[in-house]
Ligand binder design. Structure first.
Ligand SMILES: Cc1cc2nc3c(=O)[nH]c(=O)nc-3n(C[C@H](O)[C@H](O)[C@H](O)COP(=O)(O)OP(=O)(O)OC[C@H]3O[C@@H](n4cnc5c(N)ncnc54)[C@H](O)[C@@H]3O)c2cc1C
Length: 328
C-alpha cells in the first residue's frame, strides 16, 4: 500500500457503501446485480483497475486487489473480477483491433464480460468440452451449452471455450471465441441459479444453437490456442479468489472481536472468558499468516513472477482457512 492506493481504497469503499450495499437485498432476490450497477462501477473507475491507461485505469494488480478486498469486506457479490479476467484474456492474446473494439467499452461497464468454459459434463476436466465452432466462410457456427457462468445474465461479451477442431482429441483443437450477445441469434441463457453463496451474483447456463460469430472474433486470430491460454490465465483467477478470502477472514475476526467485547454473558464480556480469547488468538494468527502469504503473492503478480503452483496454493489454502475461520 502507498498513499495513492489508500486514496483509491477510500474511494472504492465509499462507492460500494453508498451504491452497492443498500441494493444487496434486491440483488439477492433477483439473483443478479441491477443492470445499471455496471455503468455506475465504470463511472466510479472501479472496473479494469489494472489495465493500461489506454484501456483501463492504468494501475497495477494492487488496485485490482483493493477492489476485490473492498467488495469482500462489504460482503457485496459483484463479478468485477471475472470481468477483469476476460479483459486480461483480450489484453494478453487479442489482436490490436480486438483490444480497441472491446476493452474501452468494458472499461465503462457498457459491455459486461463473462468467461464460459465449464459445461454440464466438463468441469475440472476442461479438455473434455463438447461445444463446437465450425468455420463456415467468414463465420464460426457455435453449438453446445455452458453452465455455472458468472455474470451470465448481464454479459454483453462472452469469452467462450470451443472445439474448433473436433478431429483431434483432448486439449488440442480448443480455441477461445468472443461473442457479443446483444441480439445474437440462437443464443440464450437460463435463469440465474439459486446458490449456497454469492446469492446476489448472476450465475447461469448458456445455450448456443447455430450461433454465427464473425471469424475475426477468434481470440488472437489463430485456432487451437485456447487450452494454453486458459492455463496461462489461471494464476490470475486463483490469486483473486485468495485475495477475497483473506479480506473475508480479516472481516470475520474484526466483527467477532467487536462482538465478544460487547456481549455480556455470566456477568462479564465474552472476551473475558479464556476459551474465547484462545479461539480469537488462533484465528488472528492465521489471519496474519494469510495476509503475509497473499501480500507476497500480490507482489509477485505485480512483478510478473507468480508461478501457477503458488497461485494454486493460495486458492487452496486461503479458501480452506476462510471457511474454517468463519465457522470458528
Ligand atoms: C459460483 C460458481 C461460479 C462459477 N463461475 C464460472 C464461470 O464464470 N465460468 C466457468 O467456465 N465456470 C464457472 N464455474 C464452474 C467451475 O469452474 C466448476 O465448478 C469447476 O471447474 C468444477 O467443475 P464441476 O463443478 O463440473 O465439477 P468437476 O470438477 O467436474 O467434478 C465433479 C465431481 O468429480 C470429482 N472430481 C473431479 N476431479 C477429480 C479428481 N481428479 N479426483 C477425484 N474426484 C474428482 C469432484 O470432487 C466432483 O464430485 C463456477 C462455479 C461456481 C460454483
Amino acid at each position: 500500500m502507498d498513499d495513492e492506493l489508500w486514496l483509491f481504497r477510500h474511494n472504492v469503499r465509499r462507492f460500494i457503501r453508498e451504491e452497492f450495499v443498500p441494493c444487496q437485498a434486491r440483488w439477492r432476490e433477483q439473483h443478479a446485480p441491477d443492470p445499471d450497477a455496471w455503468l455506475k462501477a465504470g463511472e466510479a473507475g472501479i472496473l479494469l483497475p489494472d489495465l493500461p491507461e489506454e484501456f483501463g485505469a492504468g494501475g497495477t494488480y494492487a488496485h485490482e486487489a483493493v477492489v476485490i478486498e473492498e467488495l469482500a469486506r462489504a460482503r457485496v457479490h459483484f463479478g468485477s473480477n471475472v470481468h477483469s479476467i476476460v479483459a486480461h484474456y483480450i489484453l494478453s492474446y487479442g489482436t490490436p483491433e480486438q483490444k480497441m473494439r472491446w476493452l474501452p467499452r468494458m472499461n465503462t461497464g457498457e459491455l459486461v464480460g463473462a468467461i464460459a468454459m465449464t459445461e454440464p459434463s466438463a468441469g475440472s476436466d476442461l479438455a473434455a468440452i463438447r461445444t463446437t465452432a465450425r468455420r463456415k466462410g467468414d463465420r464460426y457456427i457455435i453449438n453446445g451449452s455452458k453452465t455455472f457462468i458468472t455474470n451470465g445474465l448481464r454479459a454483453g461479451l462472452v469469452c467462450v471455450a470451443v472445439k474448433t477442431d473436433t478431429s483431434v482429441a483432448g486439449a488440442r483443437g480448443i480455441s477461445m471465441i468472443l461473442c457479443e450477445t446483444r441480439g445474437l441469434g440462437g443464443f440464450r441463457t437460463g435463469s440465474s441459479f439459486e446458490k449456497v453463496g454469492r446469492g446476489a451474483q448472476d450465475t447461469c447456463e448458456m445455450f448456443f444453437d447455430d450461433v454465427a460469430i464473425p471469424a475475426e472474433n477468434l481470440l488472437g486470430g489463430k485456432e487451437g490456442r485456447g487450452f494454453g491460454q486458459m492455463l496461462e490465465r489461471l494464476p490470475y483467477e486463483r490469486l483473486s479468489i485468495g485475495v477475497a478470502s483473506v479480506a473475508t477472514i480479516e472481516t470475520a475476526v474484526e466483527i467477532t472481536t467487536r462482538y465478544v467485547k460487547e456481549r455480556i454473558a455470566f456477568g462479564k464480556p465474552l472476551i473475558d472468558l479464556q476459551s474465547v480469547r484462545f479461539k480469537l488468538a488462533e484465528c488472528s494468527t492465521e489471519a496474519h499468516i494469510a495476509r503475509v502469504f497473499v501480500d507476497s503473492c500480490i507482489q509477485r503478480q505485480i512483478a510478473g513472477t507468480l508461478d501457477p503452483a503458488t497461485a494454486a496454493m493460495a486458492k487452496y489454502w486461503l479458501t480452506e482457512r476462510e471457511f474454517q475461520i468463519v465457522d470458528d
